[in-house]
Design a protein around this ligand. Structure first.
Ligand code: NAG
Ligand code: NAG
Length: 217
């Protein structure tokens, strides 16, 4: 009887442990290289047979190459997450290179699963994030080459090149698959559209303004 109670309590404690875990769990083996061929659905990817794993599974090439910034944002994110580097599976980490044309922006967005730590390799960037409700405090700074800035998990943030030359940043993210929600695209470019009356009320503007924004995204 007492044994059963202890077992039950351990199970409850264990499930609370899982609920309280806001980060990717610690790996239970050296690695679990993602097997893209598997059709099994689970949280992350199925492990490739360790016997057939090699150095290429842990490497990615090309991050020295500038991304193409000829787009309305004037920026380009080159991700190195589990989709590009299968060895990242279960390791809770990834990175990106971001290129910015002069005055280019990486528009306001959030990573639902990651904190981001960014360093400027070339140029200077204006960066910022906004804290949660109810404060919505705006934290912002101009970064120069070599400066490092952290965007806490889940918060809306952005970068802008404030120099006259191209800028480059490298960032690390605390997830193998950080995810991106670009605010403008998610709110005004969902498929199908969010009802324009709802957005008009939420943004306190005329419905025609929402209609215009919805045609752009
Ligand atoms: C960059 O992207 C633009 C717009 O998509 C395209 O026209 C151009 O050819 C690209 N440049 C390079 C070097 O790939
Ligand atoms: C700007 O960049 C974001 C994130 O990469 C992308 O989702 C969005 O489509 C881009 N917007 C435009 C107008 O190109």
């Amino acid at each position: 009887m007492a044994k059963h109670i202890i077992l039950l309590m351990s199970l409850v404690a264990l499930s609370f442990g899982f609920l309280a875990s806001a980060f990717e769990p610690s790996p239970l083996q050296d690695f679990c290289v993602a097997d893209p061929a598997s059709s099994a659905r689970l949280n992350g990817h199925v492990c490739k047979n360790p016997a057939s794993v090699g150095a290429n599974d842990f490497s990615f090439s090309g991050l020295h190459l500038p991304g193409n910034t000829s787009n309305p944002n004037g920026s380009r994110v080159t991700p190195v997450s589990v989709a590009q580097l299968p060895g990242l599976n279960t390791l809770g980490i990834s990175m990106v290179r971001i290129d910015y044309a002069p005055w280019g922006i990486n528009p306001p967005h959030t990573h639902p699963r990651a904190t981001e730590i960014l360093t400027v390799i070339e140029g200077s960037l204006e960066v910022g994030f906004v804290t949660s409700n109810p404060d919505n405090k705006f934290i912002t700074k101009i970064l120069q080459k070599g400066d490092v800035f952290v965007f806490p998990m889940g918060l809306v943030h952005f970068q802008r090149n404030v120099g006259t030359k191209n800028a480059v940043a490298i960032a690390g993210l605390s997830s193998q698959n950080p995810g991106v929600i670009t605010i403008a695209n998610a709110v005004f470019g969902s498929k199908p559209d969010v009802n324009a009356d709802i957005l008009a009320k939420a943004f306190q503007v005329d419905k025609s303004v929402v209609d215009q924004l919805q045609t752009k995204f």
